[in-house]
Design a protein around this ligand. Structure first.
Ligand code: NAD
Length: 484
């Protein structure tokens, strides 16, 4: 049955069935472009999370655990086929729920979801152990075993894509999953859960429990039968998750925030650098963990870059996310809009100057104009704290050491960019920038084959590539006494 927005009511997905929450409660999800309620969604709490974990455990111990790895891969490919079939519906749902422009979802999120599925489908039967020679009288080897039940907690900025970054490798490895989407954007996760059932994943392998962080999220993190929590979200919640996971010593992966520096030297291709810098901060309305929210510009080209960046900001077509020509949609929620507007006030109060933008765009919808701040000092709050909105802080630097010290001078270490034609300099910066990813003469691309993650307040652990296989499996050593 097609996922029916018209019914406007969506239940939890537990043990292969759509069921209301035990409490009977529903919560509204809102279109941030119109502020209208688009659907009401069953609100999971601890009792529902417990049912989902029990189902995931039974699936892990049952049918799912008996499948061949290649069969798991085939199911992931089948899921990709169904996503392709229903892509229009998924794109619309994601846009309605999050305010993302449909053009961006089609260009970026959807292809990334499909790529992630096919990549991990291919890896499912290549998760090898090793034969490790130890002694003449023994055969000693390792096998990589799935960890068990995974709690996946996802933010609202890329619900489909970040959800799949967790689901696909976990399932490829043979784990089962309880997915808690962000309460602001639960719709595509439920649709993916239904498609997984249609693809033939056994009931309980992928459960979806929309709900709030303080109830459903905490229950999942603290559940004694969850083996691993993979979390993407804010550093504050990341810290709570670490504490909550201590009870049964769950493994934890944390992908958290950022305040990434994008450093532009005078010897760079300035036009390309400014174009990428604008995309780096305004894409997805700046709601990107690796947004290039600090643009560090050499003194000699500072005024020129500020001017060009402002022109690019003004040229962005902000508006209806369903219009294919729209370049930037609203922020995801009223709370997020107020937070961003609050930071704009803070920046003005700190003495930075607004070159363009700086306010709400319309009475209805959570639209904020692309904003460029010049005259930003390194120690200002708008330079140190993650705003998670379309607000660029342009900071002046005088030389290489100055640029490095500013770039490395926040609590985050997620990503950084450097623009220069001097190869010695770019290698030096690639080495010395404190970041999980360094982009050179580009800004922002990610690929499922390349490890992704940060350090310090940006979290720990790596997603993507082989690294994700290690996140969801553990080596077992086998020692067979063969006699000599
Ligand atoms: P958030 O931390 O508020 O929420 C993320 C998820 O955690 C949601 O599903 C929420 O319901 C849940 N949650 C909230 N409190 C919880 C608790 N106590 N226990 C368990 N779960 C809880 O983050 P957000 O506002 O949705 O997302 C924005 C943040 O995510 C930003 O800081 C951003 O930088 C970060 N982010 C990081 C990456 C990355 O790859 N590093 C990617 C995207 C977003």
């Amino acid at each position: 049955m097609p996922f029916d927005l018209v019914t406007n009511r969506h239940d939890l997905l537990i043990d292969g069935k759509c069921i209301p929450a035990a409490s009977g409660r529903y919560f509204d999800t809102i279109d941030p472009a119109t502020e209208r309620v688009i659907a009401s969604v069953a609100e999971a709490d601890a009792e529902d999370v417990d049912a989902a974990v029990r189902s995931a455990r039974a699936a892990f111990d049952g049918d799912w655990g008996r499948l061949r790895p290649s069969e798991r891969g085939a199911l992931l490919l089948k899921l990709a086929d169904l996503i392709r079939r229903d892509q229009d519906e998924l794109v619309n749902l994601e846009s309605l729920d999050s305010g993302k422009p449909v053009s961006a979802i089609r260009r970026q999120d959807l292809p990334a979801v499909l790529d992630t599925l096919s990549y991990y489908a291919g890896l499912a039967d290549k998760i090898n152990g090793q034969v490790i020679p130890t002694r003449a009288d023994a055969l000693t080897y390792t096998v990589r075993e799935p960890l068990g039940v995974v709690g996946a907690i996802v933010p609202w900025n890329f619900p489909l894509m970040i959800g799949m970054w967790k689901i696909a490798p976990a399932l490829a490895c043979g784990c089962t999953v309880v997915l808690k989407p962000a309460e602001i954007t639960p719709l595509t996760a439920l649709k993916i859960g239904e498609l997984a059932l249609e693809a033939g994943f056994p009931p309980g392998v992928l459960n979806v429990v929309p709900g709030f962080g303080k109830t459903a999220g905490v229950a999942l993190v603290e559940h004694p039968d969850v083996d691993k929590v993979t979390f993407t979200g804010s550093p504050a919640v990341g810290r709570q998750i670490l504490r909550g996971a201590a009870g049964n010593l769950k493994r934890v992966t944390l992908e958290l925030g950022g305040k990434s520096a994008n450093i532009i030297f005078p010897d760079a291709d300035i036009e390309a650098a400014v174009k990428a810098a604008a995309a780096g901060i305004f894409f997805n309305s700046g709601q990107v963990c690796s947004a290039g929210s600090r643009i560090l510009v050499h003194d000699s080209i500072y005024d020129e870059v500020v001017e060009r960046l402002a022109a690019r900001a003004q040229a962005i077509r902000v508006g209806d996310p369903r219009d294919p020509a729209t370049g930037m949609g609203p922020l995801v929620s009223d709370v997020q809009m107020k937070r961003v507007l609050g930071y704009i006030d803070i920046g003005v109060g700190e003495g930075a100057s607004i070159v363009t933008g700086g306010g709400r765009r319309s009475e209805t919808g959570y639209f904020v104009s692309p904003t460029v701040f010049a005259g930003v000092e390194h120690d200002m709050r708008i330079s140190q704290e993650e705003i998670f909105g379309p607000v660029a802080a342009v900071i002046r630097f005088k030389d290489d050491e100055d640029a490095l010290s500013i770039a490395n001078g926040t609590v985050y270490s997620l990503a950084a960019g450097v623009w220069s034609r001097d190869m010695a300099r770019v290698h030096r910066f690639a080495r010395r920038l404190k970041a999980g990813t360094v982009w050179v003469n580009t800004f922002g691309p990610t690929d499922i084959r390349l490890p992704w993650g940060g350090a310090r307040d940006s979290g720990f652990g790596r997603e993507h590539g082989d690294a994700a296989i290690e996140n969801f499996t553990e080596a077992k050593s086998v020692w067979i006494n063969t006699g000599s």
